[in-house]
Design a protein around this ligand. Sequence first.
Ligand code: ADP
Ligand code: MG
Length: 342
Amino acid sequence: MANIRALPPELINQIAAGEVIERPSSVVKELVENSLDAGATRIEVDIEAGGARLIRVRDDGGGIALDDLPLAVASHATSKIGSFDDLEHVASMGFRGEALASVSSVSRFALVSRTAGQEAAFRIEVDGGRLQAARPAQHPPGTSVEVRDLFYNVPARKKFMRAERTEFAHIDDLLKSLSLARSSVEFRLSHNGKPVRVWKAARDEQAVLQRVAEVLGAEFPQRSLRVEHAAAGLQLSGWVGLPTASRAQADAQYFYVNGRLVRDRIVAHAVRQAYADVLFHGRHAAFVLYLELDPAGVDVNVHPAKHEVRFREQRLVHDFLFRTLHEALAQTRAGQVASPAH
Ligand code: ADP
Ligand code: MG
């Protein structure tokens, strides 16, 4: 047996990357979430070769000060939490301070940023974990991150990347879910230089519903009911599809907890139960639902990719969801769907 050794930092980051960075869309998720946390109102995502060649995310958010640039790509360095107490109340999408360190350890990475107070922008580059000194650059206030040749130094991972089309489809799906999460933010997505999607900032409910229709289909607004209910510190809003909007696959289910798309057992069970007597066996409901609650009531530090959450009061959340949705759907059972959303 060899002696015990401490691992070099690049290797530690590459191991961490294995947990969160599964494919190009995982990189896009981390970068866009950073832009959202930075208060961006406009986020542009440019992809080349399904993300294998290039992923670029550009935002007009708060930017990163020159002195902080090396920290942005250091592991366990974050501006979002500073204590265990903060972790219990975390309202930002990120908090682990690991995404940029991970991504930059498995790609050719560059970040250009400028804060509102700075005259000039600065650029740093990281190549396979090695950080180069910051240089002045051109950039409006905000941040651009460029990730080239993802997994170029991790052949085992690279092998798992699928066809360009498949990887881009994952990115497109992710952008759809993010566009529904933050309808006040403008999103643009391009692939190989061609614009694929433009979601302008939605200023009113009609515009939000247009986004919903783009993601769930043009008929969804007519085949859904608006839900809005608050009780016991929980607030649920959104649209639940009528049985006529149901699908053979569970591919139109968007459930957000404090703005974060989650796949949760408790939520899934409550929704399934609420739909139980209006849907045929084998059919899946379509919905876009937003649950808001005190961040202290939900633990997001369950999985590195944060798809899962743990509610402190699971029973309460379950019953609130079930009752709210069951009641909304009761109208369809009585055959008196008077006012579908439009
Ligand atoms: P986390 O998001 O968990 O803090 P990241 O590795 O994703 O960790 O980012 C590290 C830090 O870099 C963030 O805490 C933030 O201060 C800064 N940062 C990253 N991306 C951006 C961005 N687009 N705009 C402004 N600051 C950013
Ligand atoms: Mg982050």
